[in-house]
Design a protein around this ligand. Structure first.
Ligand SMILES: Cc1cc2nc3c(=O)[nH]c(=O)nc-3n(C[C@H](O)[C@H](O)[C@H](O)COP(=O)(O)O)c2cc1C
Length: 185
């Protein structure tokens, strides 16, 4: 008997794409995928996350904050400032911790991270190129301020999203020996 596992197939097919074209999903398409990603397991249903849609000139605001946080000047600052221009859409992933005696912050960060992973997969399945990126300045004061983060909020990085570039193939995923990572207690 052949079992069909469409979600397994989609996960195995997903590859991050470092290079994308200038095409991007619309805000409405993004929202419909976020609606699905928001169903990740979430202790007490706190929804301790939010996303920031960054397009156009707003990407340069982020770039300038990265350059300022790095303390770079001249050409080095220029290069850092251009990093967010590598995709037409950046989705900033924010941990917004909620007050809870039962659910510590590490659990809440797991939920925010889960949303980002599932959203990456959904975007990939919808035919978009996606790559989750961070950098050593992701949690700097400058970068947090540029995103308008509230006190206590933390950035988990950005999903860089754009069109699939037909001139940049990605390798199919290599097989993986799951048994090496699963032991019985
Ligand atoms: C939280 C997080 C941050 C990441 N930051 C970067 C990054 O800044 N630069 C980078 O090249 N890859 C980064 N990656 C890894 C890529 O997103 C990607 O997973 C990796 O290139 C492997 O490709 P694959 O997803 O197709 O297996 C990050 C992944 C995660 C989960």
């Amino acid at each position: 008997m052949t079992l069909a596992y469409p979600a397994r197939d989609a996960v195995l097919r997903r590859r991050s794409r470092a290079r994308v074209t200038a095409e991007a999903p619309s805000s409405d398409e993004l929202l419909s995928l976020v609606e699905a990603a928001a169903t990740v397991a979430d202790h007490s249903g706190l929804r301790p996350w939010r996303l920031i849609e960054i397009r156009g000139e707003s990407r340069s605001v982020v770039g300038r904050a990265i350059a300022a946080a790095g303390g770079a000047t001249g050409e080095a600052a220029e290069l850092l400032a251009q990093k967010p221009l590598r995709a037409p859409l950046l989705v900033g992933v924010v941990l917004s911790p909620r007050e809870s005696r039962k659910v510590p912050e590490w659990e809440q960060e797991s939920v925010a991270s889960g949303v980002a992973h599932v959203l990456s997969l959904l975007l990939d399945e919808a035919g978009w190129g996606v790559m989750w990126r961070t950098g050593i300045w992701t949690r700097s004061a400058e970068v947090h301020a540029a995103h308008g983060l509230e006190s206590g909020e933390k950035l988990l990085g950005w999903l860089y999203v754009g069109g699939i570039d037909p001139y940049h193939e990605v390798e199919p995923r290599k097989t993986f020996d799951a048994a090496q990572y699963v032991k019985t207690l």
